[in-house]
Design a protein around this ligand. Structure first.
Ligand SMILES: [Zn+2]
Length: 210
């Protein structure tokens, strides 16, 4: 496992401080002013496992309906793995985990979750609902309830399919009609929208560990 150290510029008027891999020659000189640096701190080694918590829903799957940004797909995949999501359903233009530009963002999570790709997200949602999934949609809108104040069942007999929608148009209207539950996140401030990967992260942790 690659070890890191924190170095600090020795020029008193600079003192730029930054992490670098141990032994990397880039750490010897200040990236800001070019003066020599000194070892300032050694971060703790974090190969000890994170504390494990059981998610509320042990059979929760995710449908990504036309997520345009590779960065968002990668971030969502990594978060999904940490939150106990069991399967990824990828609809329309959503890039598959095998996309060469995704492997870096997801940092290995791309291989952890089984996934299925669909040309049509609506057909995928219909099929999964017919097979017994409950459809939960994360979306703003009149029928949406605040995820933080609503009471979720403590467990579910049916598998759950959480649907996350496109950055511009949200979840496809024909999928919204299939929803058993529609959630929105509480919002404050002027710009009333969150990045889709951030919104997913907040929602899935509330659903699984809240
Ligand atoms: Zn410096």
């Amino acid at each position: 496992m690659q070890q890191y150290e924190i170095r600090q510029c020795e020029a008193v008027e600079c003192q730029f401080r930054f992490p670098v891999a141990v032994g990397d020659p880039a750490g010897l000189h200040c990236p800001h002013c070019g003066e020599p640096t000194a070892l300032a701190a050694t971060p703790p080694i974090t190969d000890t496992p994170f504390p494990q918590f059981a998610p509320h829903f042990t059979h929760l799957e995710l449908l990504l309906d036309n997520i345009r940004s590779l960065y968002n797909v990668g971030a969502i995949m990594r978060t999904a793995d940490g939150a106990g999501v069991k399967h990824l359903h990828l609809g329309g233009i959503t890039a598959p985990p095998t996309h060469p530009k995704l492997t870096k963002t997801a940092l290995g999570a791309e291989s952890a979750l089984p996934w299925t790709q669909y040309r049509n997200s609506v057909y995928a949602a219909r099929q999964l609902k017919a097979e017994g999934h409950e459809i939960w949609v994360l979306e703003e809108g009149e029928t949406a309830v605040n995820l933080f104040t609503t009471t979720l069942p403590s467990t579910a007999k049916q598998p759950i399919l959480l649907v996350i929608g496109n950055e511009k148009v949200g979840v496809d209207p024909d999928i919204r009609r299939l929803a058993n539950r529609t959630f929105a996140l509480p919002m404050s401030g002027v710009k009333n929208s969150l990045n889709v990967a951030v919104a997913f992260g907040i929602a899935i942790y509330q659903i699984q560990f809240g």
